[in-house]
Design a protein around this ligand. Structure first.
Ligand SMILES: NC(=O)c1ccc[n+]([C@@H]2O[C@H](COP(=O)([O-])OP(=O)(O)OC[C@H]3O[C@@H](n4cnc5c(N)ncnc54)[C@H](OP(=O)(O)O)[C@@H]3O)[C@@H](O)[C@H]2O)c1
Length: 386
């Protein structure tokens, strides 16, 4: 029986993880849950899965949750410290890190420092703190198992391969809802249109990142640190069918691929079960019915954020931190109707243009670079709204 801590339990990855736990009650149990502000769902989850501890974003909400869970012997914590404490608990075997955005960093770091096996969905923490997380994992013995489908695919392809046998890792991208949209129509796409992803059902932020391809840019940086790859060993292809999740080109010219149906429960089950294989929760992939599989280059003219992400990947240091912060501000502004779809990349670019690189070795450096970039992004946002 594996005991699981789930950070971000009320989100898309969180609820899919709990569907798997529910399906295999003899293999998995829930030790702790952390959520943000969706109290009604968190309370329902706590009553169903009976963890020892839960955490919410705000202290005022913790009071309400304590009242709702009175008599169930469930400790209720709050704030980042609450999530960090849930993440570092002694009684868990695996921590699923699925809080969205940079808010996931501190709890993920707490899990790593406690030497946990971390099933990593929160790519932003690896983007902003890859070197730090790797260093802390080497010290504590923590292990990362990727949950992102592309990285899960790479992880599976590399399982029996030595690092120096790898020539290139290619992450696939569906291309999102606008891959075929004429360029002139792109800038005025609405949040409703951008949230209509053709293949994946995900949280709002990652869905917008998929429409701009920033998601793939963040994933390139995530892959750099997860697998210890150089920037020129990483590439992206558009693959609209989203059946092949990753391709790994080997030194001898062989290309390994990982395929599955398009459903996050597959990489989540893999991460929870690793190093074993769980029992399938979905029908098999039927390639005869899927039809032709296409692969196309990802053009930076259409997806300028991918170009900016590559720039940040190459520059390193505080660049990925600034990229991520500016993108979080821009996506939020777009979802709130304050800027147009076509302005997301412009806002990120203007923020990065004023960025001077610093080293980000400690958590304090990372949070400072994040704060500075956010402040600059808000300034640029104000100018754009005039
Ligand atoms: N969804 C996917 O298929 C997918 C695939 C690959 C990777 N990912 C990555 O996985 C992560 C989660 O994605 P998602 O789609 O599951 O996002 P989501 O549906 O938006 O869920 C986000 C979760 O984070 C919680 N949260 C947000 N801010 C918080 C805070 N300050 N403190 C504590 N909890 C907080 C939310 O709580 P409340 O809802 O209670 O406020 C929710 O449980 C992201 O990094 C994403 O890039 C997702």
């Amino acid at each position: 029986m594996k005991s699981i801590v789930l950070l971000g339990s009320t989100g898309s990855i969180g609820t899919n993880t709990l569907r798997i736990v529910e399906r295999f009650p003899r293999r998995f149990r829930v030790a702790g849950l952390a959520a943000g502000r969706n109290l009604s769902l968190l309370i329902r989850q706590a009553k169903t899965f009976r963890p020892r501890v839960v955490s919410v974003e705000r202290e005022a909400d913790a009071v309400k949750v304590r009242r709702a869970l009175a008599g169930l012997k469930i400790e209720v914590l709050a704030g980042s410290q609450g999530a960090e404490s849930v993440a570092a608990r002694d009684d868990s075997d695996i921590v699923v890190s699925a809080i969205t955005g940079v808010h996931g960093l501190r709890p993920t770091l707490a899990a790593v420092r406690a030497g946990k096996t971390v099933a990593l969905a929160n790519k932003e923490s690896m983007v902003v703190a890859g070197p730090l997380l790797r260093k802390e994992a080497a010290r504590s013995g923590a292990v990362f198992i990727p949950v992102d489908s592309e990285h899960s695919g790479v992880f599976q392809c590399l399982a029996k391969e030595s690092r120096d046998a790898v020539r290139k890792v290619i992450l696939t991208a569906s291309g999102g809802p606008f891959w075929r949209t004429p360029l002139a129509e792109l800038k005025n796409k609405t949040p409703e249109e951008a949230l209509r992803h053709p293949r994946w059902k995900m949280g709002r932020k990652v869905t917008i990142d998929s429409a701009t391809l920033m998601n793939k840019g963040l994933e390139l940086i995530e892959a750099r640190w997860l697998f210890g790859l150089d920037p020129d060993e990483l590439d992206v292809l558009i693959h609209p069918q989203s059946v092949v999740h990753a391709l790994v080109e080997m030194r001898d010219g062989s290309v390994l691929a990982q395929l599955s149906v398009t459903d996050m429960r597959i990489p989540i089950l893999y991460a929870l079960s690793y190093p074993e294989r769980g029992e399938a929760v979905l029908p098999s992939l039927d390639l005869a019915r899927v039809g032709p599989l296409e692969f196309h280059p990802a053009e930076e003219k259409r997806f300028p954020l991918l170009g900016l992400a590559r720039r940040a990947l190459a520059a390193g240091g505080s660049w990925p931190v600034a990229l991520n912060a500016a993108n979080e501000v821009a996506v939020r502004a777009f979802l709130e109707g304050r800027i147009r779809f076509g302005d997301i990349a412009g806002l990120v670019r203007r923020t990065l243009d004023g960025h001077s690189r610093t080293d980000c070795r400690a958590i304090g450096d990372i949070l400072e670079a994040d704060r500075e970039a956010r402040a600059r992004a808000f300034e640029k946002l104000k100018l754009m709204q005039r």
